[in-house]
Design a protein around this ligand. Sequence first.
Ligand code: NAD
Length: 493
Amino acid sequence: MQTYSHWIAGEFRAPESGEWIDTIDPYRGEVWARIPAGNVADANLAVAAAKRAMTTGPWSKLTASERGRIIGKIGDLLLTHVDRLAELEVRDNGKLMAEMRGQLKFASDYWRYYAGLADKIEGSVMPIEKPDMLGFTLREPVGVVLAITAWNSPLNFFALKCAPALAAGCAVVLKPSEFSSVSSLEFAALTKEAGLPDGVINVISGYGGDVGPALVEHPDVAQITFTGSDVTGTRIYEAAARHMKRVAMELGGKSPNIVFEDADLDAAIGGAISGIFGAAGQMCTAGSRLLVQNSIKQEFTQRLLEATRSIKMGDPMDAATQMGPLSTTPQYNKVLEYIDVARAEGARLIHGGKPAEGPGIQGGHFIEPTIFTDVSNNMRIAQEEVFGPILSLIGFEDEAEAIALGNQIAYGLAAGVWTRDIGRMVRVSKALHAGTVWGNTYRTYSYMMPVGGMKRSGIGREYGIEAINEFLETKSIMISTAATPPRNNFVPR
Ligand code: NAD
């Protein structure tokens, strides 16, 4: 069993508390590594290292192009080590090896994309209306960034937070989830190999409730970028407000996946399945509310059931496995509770509904792919995020009802629309309150397309050029160019 340490100021460092957290392999149900239980002292060390890096360290003196070259090398090194790092992630979160490998290749591209953007962050010169006056803007790094992330995609989140922050010239303290910190702690050392100066990225692990508030409330943290539940996000937002810190929030969802009668049904079934049973439903963007037009609901349900019956559960390292275990014990228990809630509310179970059994899945947190029908949109099972393989099937009559049901939710992260009618596709996409709408596809990402939530799903955007804005301040500079500068008086010019 391996023991990991914090990564602070360019070196591994044991926790000040001398205490460790066991990290569990969700497939085998066994402890496989130990990570530091961070506390206030660790938080202070990490923030101090980031502040030094930004103020007096070599990072603050690099040109934007030099920063970009280092960020690009981090992406290259991630790709070189993709198999090893993906394996660490699978052991920590139980997701499929094939998915984690793909995700890390994506993360490598993500680093390279922001490498290219580092020296394209430009201010403007304004043609201001005042004579003998030059007015221009500078775009400056916001300061020390705190990144706190969820357990489902650790190194992807590492890239989503750190690549644009570094491109903007910031230094970062990253606190990954206590359930899956190993890959981030190991990868942090590779950033040094890429030439990143000490203290620009610091990674500390620990329970959110122990180390989180110390980081969030630290006076030298300027910006908090968070990925996790809306409950924790609200807590952090409130604390940040007390200190007037900036926040970016990537939170939960309860996304509608809407199938119209004219859709390519084979494709829509594939999208429905991958939208809720991919990653065992542990996706913020899970298409957990499947809205199907009443005219095709019966046929669609039959075909969906057939496809669901063939899902192969098993060892996430096995290339043939389609669905792995739930990542954590609390998550496993929460999903089982929601199955009871749905039953009690009168939803009709038509597939799954209990822990999965069978050869190759003993000891893990497996739950059968579960489908409820006769769900009404105001039931808890249709309104609350489960973050597991539980699908709610809801019928609708026409386009207007589909849009109304789609939007009748506190969240606004993603949505899917399946139709061959291009006009309808555009109308419905525009009408849905969601940060991302997928048309005739689901779970498709490009590092160039902004991702983020409306309503309770979050604040701000990751991916694409927009993500850089989260880490920049705009400074306005106005300089008199007059040979004899005007003498000030008591009326603004
Ligand atoms: P969580 O909110 O329980 O924890 C997220 C992080 O917050 C962890 O690192 C945790 O240690 C930390 N934390 C907990 N309490 C804290 C506190 N008081 N102060 C500071 N930090 C604290 O979320 P989770 O269970 O790890 O992840 C699942 C959630 O994340 C789901 O709601 C899912 O939708 C969401 N998510 C969103 C996105 C997105 O991009 N929108 C992506 C993945 C996951």
